[in-house]
Design a protein around this ligand. Sequence first.
Ligand code: NAP
Length: 290
Amino acid sequence: MKVSFIGLGVMGFPMAGHLAQAGLDVTVFNRTESKSITWTEAYKGCYKKTPKLAVEHSDIVFICVGNDDDLKQVMLGKDGILAGAKTNAVIVDHTTTSADIARALSAICAEQQISFLDAPVSGGQAGAENGQLTVMMGGKESDFNRVEPVIKHFSKFVKLMGEVGSGQLTKMVNQICIAGVVQGVAEGLHFARSAGLNGVDVVEVISKGAAGSWQMDNRHNTMWQGQYDFGFAVDWMRKDLGIALDEAKKNKSTLPLTSLVDQFYADVQNMGGNRWDTSSLMARLEVHRK
Ligand code: NAP
């Protein structure tokens, strides 16, 4: 089977690597050519200079770029994916985007008898590198069945959530839940320090009960030490919370905590923390101690 991978960033580079290691015939494209060269030095596969050229013979086209606008560019540009993709190809988009763009691109693809699945991921850089991502997908079941065995090469769990856009809606729920939990862990550790407690000891006790969470287990130690270089960047989180808040206006849900935490992340950006990871909400609380 021939596949392409468009976008060799923090996530796409190792995801495409897993496909090559699984023995698939992989052609990659990255806007910055040097990353394509590094990829082909690390893995068996080839690269092309445009998305159009990269996808020409592919049965499945994977994408992992930044946001809605980036996705539009790689899909619809003169040298974009839809200028080169063959009839009956399936496009699997792993970018975190709005549900609207997924629906719009799916409709455009259908005119060319090309399938489109939105397929955002969770699990971060470590999940991509270890092939342990969770993938939440939207689209037709017949298309999902075609790509699921291939996606398994870089994931531990894949699920079809409903029609196109449902994967992105599920990812929005994921980000909404993370925002509140991270702020809770940050406030707990901040309070512990003010109370003269050792936060690491506190977490050793409370993580075994109802307060426990992935964020607490995996981030408390570095948060306690004021280290915020461990994964998903604040800039990306603000993009994702913005998408969720826009969608909430449309579906009339009320997200007071998410709105508040989004503004807290804006504070972190103003502190110079654009590329810090999401646990840096702690830095905002601790700033007065410096
Ligand atoms: P990244 O390291 O910044 O990589 C972005 C990739 O997209 C790069 O290959 C970049 O090319 C390419 N790109 C961006 N704009 C483009 C454009 N207009 N035309 C062509 N290529 C373009 O980002 P990432 O961390 O891999 O994240 C990718 C997506 O996954 C995002 O939607 C993010 O929200 C989501 N995600 C990330 C994580 C994480 O932990 N990092 C976790 C879950 C989901 P260049 O190399 O030329 O810049």
